[in-house]
Ligand binder design. Structure first.
Ligand code: ZN
Length: 144
C-alpha cells in the first residue's frame, strides 16, 4: 500500500480548502471530540430544522485526513433528513471497516470514496471517523 493512495488529491483539496469550517452561532447543539492517538480535535455545531440537518459548521486542528473528512462529511450531510444522513453515515462506516476491500458507493458518498484507502490503516480510521462520530453524538443529543 502506497502512501499516495492514502493521501489522495481530493483529500488534500478538502484539507487545503475545507468546506463549512468556522463555527456558526446559529446552532442547536455543540459537541467537542478528539482523537488522542493522533492529536486531532473537532468542535462541531449542528442546526436542525423540520427533521433535517439544516446546518453543520465545525472547527478543529489535526491531520489532513481528519480535517478533510470533516469537510466532506459536512458537504454530504447538510440538507439531508436524519434518515438520509444515517444511510450515508452507515455507508461511510462500512467503507472504513472494509480493510481496503471496498471502493465505496460513490452515489452515496461522493468525495467520501477518496477515503477508501484509509481503511487499510487502522491507526488512521479514527482520524477519518472523528467528525462523523461528532455528528452522530450531536444528532443523538439533539433528538433527546
Ligand atoms: Zn489524525
Amino acid at each position: 500500500m502506497e502512501l499516495d493512495s492514502l493521501y489522495q488529491e481530493v483529500i488534500l483539496d478538502h484539507y487545503r480548502s475545507p468546506h463549512h469550517k468556522g463555527l456558526s452561532d446559529d446552532k442547536d447543539i455543540q459537541v467537542h471530540h478528539n482523537n488522542p492517538s493522533c492529536g486531532d480535535e473537532i468542535t462541531l455545531n449542528l442546526k436542525v430544522q423540520e427533521g433535517k440537518v439544516s446546518d453543520i459548521s465545525w472547527d478543529g486542528v489535526g491531520c489532513s485526513i481528519s480535517m478533510a473528512s470533516a469537510s466532506v462529511m459536512s458537504d454530504l450531510l447538510i440538507g439531508k433528513t436524519f434518515r438520509e444522513a444515517n444511510v450515508i453515515f452507515e455507508a461511510f462506516m462500512e467503507l472504513m471497516q472494509s480493510k481496503g476491500r471496498s471502493d465505496g458507493d460513490e452515489s452515496l458518498l461522493e468525495d467520501g470514496v477518496a477515503f477508501a484507502g484509509v481503511s487499510k490503516f487502522p491507526a488512521r480510521i479514527k482520524c477519518a471517523l472523528l467528525s462523523w462520530m461528532a455528528f452522530k453524538d450531536a444528532a443523538i443529543q439533539v433528538m433527546e
